[in-house]
Design a protein around this ligand. Sequence first.
Ligand code: NAX
Length: 324
Amino acid sequence: AQTPVKVTVTGAAGQIGYALLFRIASGQLLGADVPVTLSLLEVPQAVKAAEGTAMELDDCAFPLLRGIEIADDPNVAFDGANVALLVGAMPRKAGMERGDLLEANGGIFGPQGKAINDHAADDIRVLVVGNPANTNALIAQQHAPDVPAERFTAMTRLDHNRALSQLAAKLGVPVTEIKKMTIWGNHSATQYPDLFHTEIGGKIAAEQVDESWLRDTFIPTVAKRGAAIIDARGASSAASAANAAIDHVHDWVNGTEWTSAAIVSDGSYGVPEGLISSFPVASRGGRWEIIQGLEIDAFSRERIDASVRELEEERDAVRKLGLI
Ligand code: NAX
């Protein structure tokens, strides 16, 4: 029988965790023929809630679920992990400065990166969901010198899926008709959803919509969708975020011709080497590759640069705090 793949989920008792774990256990993360064991990492005060979720997972009698472990120690939770979904993070609280936020998250993602470095399986793949996702991923990556840097990624797939859905609604086409969508930069309000390479029926999307819609409606709607969800639901995106995490890892492992993911820059498109920034990517042989050779016009350049500048500022801030 196939050895189960060990998937570690941090923040397992949170709302994204609750939406994510059942889908992993049902085979949607890795495939309907891949057995999994789940490792749930939580803070001590939420371990009991994680145990409750584990009881429900048991009660599903998922054929692919071969075991569940719960821990409050990252060294235990990441031991032998093949996939790590870093969801738990310190949310911004009222009155918190950006420096405080980065510092609190450094205290989470530094030790988790080190635990991954010391204990995870050789093929470990890491997706950071917890915000600020790109910079949290950078902190974790910097604490894992023995793991290839390319194994650390951050999630912009939710932004990508939001962009697909907004464009599909505007043009009255199914999302499956839309190819080559791209989110560039940071998973933040500065992100740039790019329609200048997106195609519908072989025609460029930017040419099928008004420039004013693209600039004044599409881009801000995608970038601020998270806030709109909070406004409507009274809670932040959870099932859609979990869905995007599933999409990201599924495509990383199983391959895709084109999607968006925040991965370590090799300097492509003027994004400084080492930053974890969103790019148009393909996945082949279990590795992300940045899609090369796209022409970037002035409109896109300005927006990509602004988001990348924000990532550089975050990197400089965590450097100054001694977090990387
Ligand atoms: P919740 O507050 O519901 O859950 C977070 C869980 O993480 C809690 O159970 C908490 O106990 C746990 N936790 C905190 N510190 C931990 C640590 N050191 N080790 C293990 N567990 C720890 O938040 P939820 O709605 O699930 O969101 C989780 C994160 O995802 C947040 O940072 C949120 O901002 C981020 N998001 C990222 C998105 C993206 O597209 N990249 C979109 C959705 C979401 O906003």
